[in-house]
Ligand binder design. Sequence first.
Ligand SMILES: C=C(O[C@@H]1C=C(C(=O)O)C=C[C@H]1O)C(=O)O
Length: 375
Amino acid sequence: MNPAWSYQGNPALGKAGAAWFLVSKHAKVDDPLQHPGTGLIAFASFGFSPETPAVFEVPRFLFGRDDRGSWLTVAYQAHAPTPELAASLRAEALAWRDAAKASRQPPRTPIPVHAPKQTGRTAYEENVAAAVAAIQAGEAQKIVMARRVEYSLKGEPDPQEISSRLAELLGEKYPSCWIFSIGGLVGATPEMLLEARDNRAHARVLAGTASPGENINLLESRKNLHEHEVAVASVTEPLDALEVELQTAGPYLLNLPNLTHLATDVSLVIPPHKTLFYLLEAIHPTAAVGGLPRRAAVEFIKSHEPSRGRYAGPVGWVDARGGGQLALALRCAQVEKRSLVAWAGAGIMADSDPETEFAETEAKLAPIRDCLEID
Ligand SMILES: C=C(O[C@@H]1C=C(C(=O)O)C=C[C@H]1O)C(=O)O
């Protein structure tokens, strides 16, 4: 279904924010509920780097639900909106909802795929060794290296159905994570880049990981604590430079079904007349997915990895009141016509071991792998 509004091209986050500000300012919004998720909403998924085209759009119809109830939002563009037009769109939306309810309850059974042709293990371990060498040579302090794994889908897949099924399965298996499905990128992420409501925002920074069977106490591991500190500083330092008032709480242990992370919460006050996008542009990519210094790490990533697409980019939704949630697109896969492309990465420091880092990416692929039936 065509969106009511979409941003074309590959915007820098600040530009996307400016476009959204204009749309929000000029839109006529009738929203009797006025709570998070109601009113004018856009779904957004940006690339890890600005060369990747973003998906940023207002759906024509949106069915929302929270613990207070459910609602329907209809969005449209018209020069001279009339009550008749609104009524006919509402009728169309309800018919669409009923048809969707009747036809497709995605089965909650694993998605059949072929085993990947290659794990990419050797290439990944070589990349990690190269990153360690670059760090030891003083080119950077931390570089996050990621790998992509492609599963081909069996049978005659319907990408829309695969996306809904993957989102359902992830929601069931990873209830404490943020589930997203935007433009075929589907995942269950534990990391919140920035969520905003009124003039307050909040981030959850993750870095430092213990995989199952790895017998370490992250809160006593110098390597992991240092890796974590670097990631937290990559969020707080740019915000301090913008004179944003902030507080941090952490590190603490975040236990997930597949692994444990070191986590720090950052709370901040959004400066007057500034938006979520303005702050995002200052911190993305954080050292949780890029590295330190940011520019050197991103250059290294670009010269050693294929394009990450929208993996490790901001993903979520924004409203017209300056609120929203933009998480980091991790633990996710891009659904293509005949394949599913999953990504996972790990933060590399001077003393990282390629085999251990590979094992960590395997653990980070678990959420996607848990939803597949691999032959
Ligand atoms: C890069 C990923 O995860 C990030 C890297 C982490 C680490 O290296 O310890 C931990 C959490 C995430 O910030 C990923 O899941 O692909």
